[in-house]
Design a protein around this ligand. Structure first.
Ligand SMILES: C[S@@+](CC[C@H](N)C(=O)[O-])C[C@H]1O[C@@H](n2cnc3c(N)ncnc32)[C@H](O)[C@@H]1O
Ligand code: SF4
Ligand code: SF4
Length: 394
């Protein structure tokens, strides 16, 4: 409840309330094997791959391409998103604060009432915070990968950055909550920093609005690669020890992550709404259903967003994702969107029926009325005796 209250400016906005109905329609259509009837709930925009860090788990900074989408092109996208009912834009990269026109990009989307989240490594935050605030940014998510400077700076290849980032965060937080964006920190958890998770949470909880974690991924398509594959194999026991007794343990993301690491050593298998509720656009205008499915479905630079969103190529990618019950990953945004989609589906007659069937199977198997296992009834799509599918991610 406290969490919902923190997000009240976003969840109470007219755009969000309208998007509930729109997104529900898309979810319902997807579950009937049809295509979206309106635009996505959220768009992830990577506005550059240039970066002032050298993180061990992310190689985007190595991309030599320039000629990123211009401010005018983002303004045109904002108009199209507005027409299609997009509610939320999440800006990342590379390091988005390296773009001097970032406040104007933010303003282009915020001006249409969309909530805009900026993900940043925070190094330039202090200098840019005021311009971003004035531009109407709703949320700033700062990546910090350690409880102290040493671990963070080592993971990020950015000596001397921790103090600057901390100052930037405190600067943003100094204003009253109604006149500033939500301020969050996010730890990308790997075996290199897992031992600091508890200290990290206790340090940052009193300072920021929300402390997030994200499990590290190995994903060549997302340019999330690194020399040390050991670091990508999250150790569940060490993670559990750190989480023990923390409120973080009860958060949906963390609970599901822990369950799935315990049960399959992999990521949870939920209905994925990538390409239905979410789309990703790279710095050159290429659109993808998600970060990891690097299936380019078209160029918004060449054709505009609507044409790509409604194209056969995109519909083909949606079909593939829906048919591939092995695909799974565990990105923060995806997890949130997936949960949102499941929640919306529950408000439909078909979703309610599925829930009741699930409940009935659980009830009857618990009291010995049936031999069928509830997971089979619910997940259903994997054949009996078939082995656990290969892992996407880690
Ligand atoms: C790619 S960065 C872009 C924004 C900004 N440069 C930053 O670091 O926050 C977005 C988020 O992805 C996270 N990330 C980077 N490499 C990752 C990986 N291999 N697995 C999971 N998350 C990763 C980062 O820590 C960051 O929180
Ligand atoms: S995670 Fe962010 S800060 Fe680190 S290299 Fe990738 S884009 Fe740069
Ligand atoms: S499960 Fe993950 S990788 Fe697969 S389509 Fe969904 S968001 Fe993309």
């Amino acid at each position: 409840m406290k969490r919902l209250w923190q997000y009240r400016h976003i969840l109470g906005s007219r755009k969000f309330i309208a998007s509930l109905w729109h997104s529900r329609k898309n979810v319902l259509a997807a579950n009937r094997g049809r295509y979206p009837v309106i635009g996505p709930y959220m768009v992830e925009l990577d506005v550059t791959y240039r970066c002032n860090c050298r993180c061990f788990m992310c190689q985007r900074w190595q991309d030599p391409r320039r000629d990123e989408l211009s401010l005018a092109e983002y303004r045109a996208l904002a108009r199209e998103f507005h027409g299609l009912g997009v509610c939320q834009v999440s800006i990342a990269g590379g390091e988005p604060l390296l773009r001097n026109d970032l406040p104007s990009i933010v303003a282009a989307f915020a001006g249409f009432g969309m909530s805009v989240n900026v993900c940043t490594n925070g190094i330039l935050l202090q200098e840019r915070a005021e311009a971003l605030r004035r531009a109407g940014v709703s949320c700033v998510t700062v990546s910090l990968d350690g409880a102290g400077a040493e671990t963070h700076e080592k993971a990020r290849g950015a000596a001397g950055s921790y103090g600057r980032i901390e100052q930037g965060i405190r600067h943003l937080k100094a204003r009253a909550s109604h006149s500033r964006p939500l301020v969050r920190v996010r730890m990308t958890v790997s075996n290199t920093n897992v031992e600091e998770l508890c200290a990290y949470y206790l340090k940052w909880t009193p300072i920021v609005d929300h402390v997030l974690v994200q499990a590290v991924h190995y994903s060549p398509d997302a340019f999330y690669t690194g020399p040390d594959s050991e670091a990508f194999q999250l150790d569940r026991t060490r993670l559990a020890r750190q989480l023990d007794g923390l409120p973080l343990e009860k958060e949906h993301y963390v609970k599901t992550l822990m369950t799935s690491l315990r049960e399959s050593g992999s990521f949870p298998r939920h209905r994925c709404y990538a390409g239905i509720l979410m789309v990703r656009i790279d710095p050159w205008g290429n659109a993808y259903p998600c970060l990891e499915q690097h299936i380019c479905v078209g160029s918004v630079r060449e054709r505009g967003f609507r044409a790509v969103w409604e194209s056969d190529a995109f519909n083909l990618a949606r079909k593939k994702i829906a048919a591939d019950d092995r695909c799974r990953c565990w990105y923060n945004n995806t997890a949130l969107i997936s949960r949102y989609g499941q929640w919306l589906y529950r408000t439909t007659a078909a979703g309610l029926e599925k829930d009741l069937t699930h409940f009935f199977h659980r009830f009857s198997s618990r009291y010995g009325l049936t031999e069928k296992r509830p997971e089979q009834a619910w997940q259903g799509r994997r054949g009996a005796g078939e082995s656990v599918p290969p892992i996407t991610g880690i």
